[in-house]
Design a protein around this ligand. Structure first.
Ligand SMILES: Cc1ncc(C[n+]2csc(CCOP(=O)(O)OP(=O)(O)O)c2C)c(N)n1
Ligand SMILES: [Mg+2]
Length: 614
């Protein structure tokens, strides 16, 4: 193992307590390997570099454009480091790598065939981009040399500037022309992906380059020396200025944005909030960064709108500290409207380093009085030191400890699903790998950095299942129970990721929050109809996924998962969840289809229909 990758691996382990899982290595073992260990072909060099980078898995859907690399991973590396994870769709291959990165903070690879595989992968690449998640996307094209192409198929699957498909929402891409250049591209790409602000990269491997015999061996390389530490940092002077502003604050507020899964960093943030007596605001779009039932947390985390307590805290604030909040301008707009807030604003973010002219995912331009152009993980301990030293937080991270729940006999709502699931889970440490749009943040407190890993990032419906399979893969053996709660629309779009989890024995509980609708858009249709004085009762047309209702458990069973018949009554929730959890603890993938009443939380519904009241 190189020093850089050893360091990266140990960071990942330290952050989340997990690493690549050895039990998967028993699966899909190649036979009759000759035991050659010197690279003989271009793609052997590529495979060798992936191993030098300690990429644990490559999630893929196969294709002739990278048959050279495929052979090298199986027959040269013995399908180990990286090990292949076969996926039924490229979108789930990238989503799985994205979910893995959400837990570990490190890139694994996804391989997608030529232009066509890349087209399928685009949605998931965009999600990872918006989520600032590192993914090494490998692709292929060609042969670039037209004289080497097979008739028809090689021609339609060769595109000039294939990287152009994803260049606007990747950090970097390359199409190396030789094995030596490919090695360099993989080193550079992995380094760029894993450097904050993180994101996906794309390396496109010419089929001819992969399949050609190596003319001569490449000189050995020490991968570690190509992975310098490159995280953005700020001067002690700026930290001192920020600390002075924070010290003088009477009513500080912290926007708890994009932060790592490190437990130390979590505790440092609690210490900071407690030292400043700051109110804290968080959001379900991103992974949890602070205990949501801490007395300083202002109400429940935001769904598609901030709750009243958060708005009140902002209105009373004299200093606002944004720790890489996804949409600082939008958050301020929600509280202050068109007025510029009087509070001093300190922003900790290096996100602008990734902004480009194509995607507007950088959001509204916020007023900022002091910018610390670094990551919250780096800045918080420095701020604490400047404020006069770190104490232990009063509310250190805990998991488990759930409230008692008595089911109601009324219609089954999303809150019943949440409370019953929490009751069934009991004291187990759980990672919520995905939440539906209908989720009410008040129903499930987060008390540990791995309690919730955030949404799919780019608002691309269908990411939930794949991201959850990747997260569950990273959590395998960690003692945490991974639970994905997906809308029925989300589940149906990404459902084939379930097969990959079953096939590779990755335990996961998926709960389908099945309102038999693309319900979010029913609210949009209602809004438009109300504004136009048209009948809002028609909002369901072109939105409802019923007649026939989809048997989501059946979709899961068809792929080898344990599927539970639709739960229609609140009283059946806890016993069904208990059975499903038992199945997951026995190593299975379990899917529970819960038929919920359509409806969002009062705050979300009000936000979506605001301005249409009569
Ligand atoms: C790829 C993609 N297609 C369409 C949309 C528009 N859209 C946003 S939310 C939503 C409904 C999602 O349905 P479901 O997952 O069942 O959640 P629900 O709104 O019913 O709670 C749709 C279609 C999107 N964001 N992404
Ligand atoms: Mg739905």
């Amino acid at each position: 193992m190189s020093t850089a990758t050893a360091k990266a691996a140990s960071v990942a382990e330290k952050q989340s307590g997990i690493a690549a899982h050895p039990s998967l290595r028993a699966l899909e073992r190649p036979a009759n390997l000759t035991g050659t260990n010197a690279p003989g072909f271009g793609s052997d060099v590529v495979a060798d570099t992936l191993r030098a980078l300690e990429i644990p898995y490559v999630a893929l859907n196969p294709g002739a454009s990278y048959r050279g690399l495929h052979d090298s991973i199986v027959n040269f590396l013995g399908n180990e480091t990286p090990q292949m994870l076969l996926c039924l769709h490229e979108e789930s291959a990238v989503a799985i790598a994205h979910g893995y990165a959400k837990v570990t903070g490190q890139a694994m690879a996804a391989a997608v065939h030529s232009n066509v595989g890349l087209f399928h992968a685009t949605m998931a690449i965009f999600n990872a981009w918006c989520d600032r998640a590192p993914v090494l996307v490998l692709g292929a094209t060609g042969p670039v040399d037209a004289a080497k192409r097979r008739p028809w198929i090689d021609w339609i699957h060769t595109a000039r500037d294939q990287g152009g498909i994803v260049r606007n929402y990747t950090k970097w891409d390359d199409q190396p022309a030789s094995p030596a250049a490919a090695r360099e591209a993989l080193l550079r790409g992995t380094w760029i992906a894993n450097t904050a602000p993180m994101g996906p990269v794309y390396v496109n491997l010419d089929a001819e380059m992969q399949e050609a015999k190596l003319a001569e061996p490449l000189s050995p390389i020490d991968a570690a020396r190509f992975m310098p530490q490159a995280d953005p940092t700020v001067s002690a002077e700026l930290i001192g200025k920020a600390a002075a502003i924070l010290k003088s604050a009477k009513h500080p507020v912290i926007f708890m944005g994009r932060v790592s899964r490190s437990l130390d960093a979590w505790n440092a943030r609690i210490t900071l909030a407690e030292a400043l007596n700051a109110r804290v605001i968080s959001d379900l779009k991103i992974a949890c960064g602070f205990p949501t039932d801490h007395p300083l947390h202002a109400g429940a985390p935001a769904g598609n709108a901030m709750v009243a307590e958060a708005i009140e805290a902002l209105n009373a604030a004299d200093v606002i500290l944004s720790l890489d909040w996804v949409d600082l301008g939008g958050g301020l707009r929600a509280a202050f409207g068109q007025d510029t807030p009087k509070a001093k604003i300190i922003s900790v973010s290096a996100d602008f380093l990734n902004h480009n002219g194509w995607s507007m995912d950088y959001e509204m331009l916020p007023p900022v009085d002091l910018l610390l152009a670094t990551t919250p993980d780096a800045a918080v301990p420095q701020l604490l030191a400047a404020l006069g030293g770190a104490k232990s937080p009063k509310h250190a991270a805990v998991s488990g400890k759930r409230d008692k729940y008595e089911p109601s006999s009324g219609p089954l709502r999303v809150d019943d699903l949440a409370r019953s699931l929490k009751a069934a889970v009991g004291e187990r440490p759980v990672t919520l790998t995905h939440l539906p749009l209908s989720w009410n943040g008040a129903t499930w407190p987060f008390r540990h950095p791995l309690d919730y890993i955030g949404s799919e990032g780019g608002g691309g419906v269908g990411g939930g299942p794949g991201v959850s399979v990747g997260a569950a893969l990273a959590l395998k053996g960690s003692g945490r129970l991974p639970i994905a709660i997906c809308g029925d629309g989300d589940f149906c779009m990404g459902v084939t990721a379930i097969w990959t989890a079953v096939h590779y024995r990755v335990p996961l509980l998926v709960v389908v929050c099945n309102n038999r609708s693309f319900f979010n858009d029913e609210l949009h249709q209602e809004r438009v109809a109300r504004i136009r004085n048209r009948p809002p009762e028609n909002r369901w047309i072109g939105q409802r996924i019923s007649d026939p209702d989809i048997d989501c458990a059946g979709l899961a069973r068809a792929q080898g998962a344990v599927g539970f018949a639709p739960v229609m009554k609140t009283g059946d929730l806890v016993p069904t969840f208990e059975k499903a959890i038992t199945a997951v603890e026995q190593g299975h993938v379990a899917v529970v289809d819960v038929r919920v009443e359509p409806g969002y939380s009062a705050v979300s519904t009000a936000a979506m229909l605001r301005g249409t009241e009569k």
